[in-house]
Ligand binder design. Structure first.
Ligand code: C5P
Length: 408
């Protein structure tokens, strides 16, 4: 969760520096507070004034500033930060950090960050430089330290014309890595493996047609993002969707209910929580035509067969897992939801009336009720799907606590 987090961005002198500006702007839009430390080399590419304006804070460059914002600035900045993110991190900065050198402000700040705070390095350089044993050894050396994390550079055309590994990933990806690193370090879901299903399934009629539904995947993807930002390990099993998968999730793409069933059952023994936000088709064509069906007749009958009920099977096989279902209804929402909790052996259900404006499919908000096994109903107001996702995870933690105290 980036909101109100104090993010110290170390900017070193690589060509990818332009992406750091966009990253900082995005961090601020998420409610994070940002301060920037630049190396002297970085200031040759971009004037610190631009970083000051984007971060809305003074930018620190040198240990020898006549009028520093703080005295013992390297110490104060390290104390202030929740995380140090170095983006881009040049071979030089990586080398200095690996060997404990402190000959400028950024490397001194890095040394002053205590082991209780995470440091995320985003190396970006020419691919030969990146592949150099010296750089790789330095990165390995840093990764041994518990509070160091590294975002692998991406492949592609580099500014020098080379095609290869060394690009700084896009700002949105960097932002997701920062969020997940903060989650891994400070989050309340650290140590939990959460399986999330999202989007609708497609049941093939013939090679080009299918039966689908209106689910966009927005709710499930919001749950996956929220769980990652709170430190959980996330497996996301998703039907076809336009949503972009969070970079830190283990994503399994499926088409049909049967494929989702197989993927869920395989992952199930390893997970602690299942949140089944997918809109799964209850029926599928009994036979899939091998060739595209021609429009020869006035009438075409499709015979449908019942799909396996994934959640019911997970409920049957349940051992330690917390199981959360979704109920998208258009009438008698509460009555159906309560029935499902029993039938599928759920811990709670997220019920919504998809006929209400601002709730259900393909919108960014939802109006839901969380109903638990004991019949307790928590009615939530209209919230963004991201907010709903966090409320669902809060409830998971509450149930986990109850389960632990029951076992004692
Ligand atoms: O019984 P119903 O399909 O309405 O229940 C909805 C919940 O069950 C959702 O969480 C959905 O993901 C899950 N489900 C499932 N397998 C099915 C149908 C629904 O896991 N075949």
């Amino acid at each position: 969760m980036l909101k109100n987090k104090k993010i110290l961005v170390g900017v070193s002198g690589g060509i990818a520096i332009y992406k750091a500006l966009d990253l900082i702007s995005r961090l601020r839009k998420q409610g994070a507070e940002v301060r920037v430390v630049m190396t002297e080399h970085a200031t040759k590419f971009i004037n610190p004034t631009l970083f000051r304006e984007i971060s809305c804070n003074p930018v620190a460059v040198t240990l020898w500033d006549e009028q520093p914002e703080f005295y013992a600035e390297h110490i104060k900045l390290a104390e202030w930060a929740d995380i140090l993110v170095v983006a881009p991190a040049t071979a030089n900065v990586v080398g200095k950090m690996a060997h404990g050198l402190a000959d400028d402000l950024l490397s001194s700040v890095a040394l002053a960050i205590p082991v209780t705070k995470p440091i995320l390095l985003c190396p970006a350089m020419n691919s030969n430089m990146y592949a150099n044993v010296a750089v790789q050894d330095n990165l390995d050396e840093l990764l041994v330290r518990e509070n160091y994390f590294v975002v692998e550079p991406a492949e592609g055309v580099l500014a020098c014309g080379t095609v290869g590994l060394g690009r700084l990933p896009e700002p949105q990806e960097l932002l997701e890595h920062i969020d997940a690193t903060l989650g891994e370090w400070y989050g309340d879901l650290v140590g939990r493996h959460i399986l999330v299903t999202a989007s609708g399934t497609r049941e093939a009629i013939d090679p080009v047609r299918y039966i689908g539904n209106k689910s966009s995947g927005k709710m499930g993807f919001a749950v996956a993002r929220a769980a990652l930002s709170r430190g959980a390990l996330v497996t996301l099993i998703a039907g076809p969707t336009k949503e972009v998968a969070p970079v830190e999730a283990n994503v399994i793409n499926v088409q049909s209910t049967q494929e989702m069933y197989d993927a869920c059952l395989e992952a199930y023994p390893k997970v602690d929580v299942v949140i089944k936000a997918a809109a799964v088709a209850d029926y599928a064509p009994a036979k899939v035509a091998k060739e595209k069906i021609k429009k020869n007749n006035e009438k075409l009958d499709l015979t449908l067969k019942k799909n396996p009920d994934i959640l019911k099977e997970l409920g049957r096989q349940k051992k330690k897992q917390i199981l959360v279902g979704f109920a998208a209804e258009t009438t008698k929402v509460l009555e159906y939801a309560k029935k499902k909790i029993k039938e599928k052996n759920l811990d709670f259900i997220v019920a919504n009336d998809v006929s209400q404006p601002g709730a259900g499919f393909d919108v960014n908000t939802n109006i839901v009720k969380l109903i638990d096994k004991a019949g307790k109903v928590e009615e939530l107001p209209q919230l963004t799907k991201d907010e709903v996702a966090h409320r669902i995870l809060d409830k998971v933690l509450k149930i986990e606590k109850q389960n632990v105290s029951r076992k004692k």
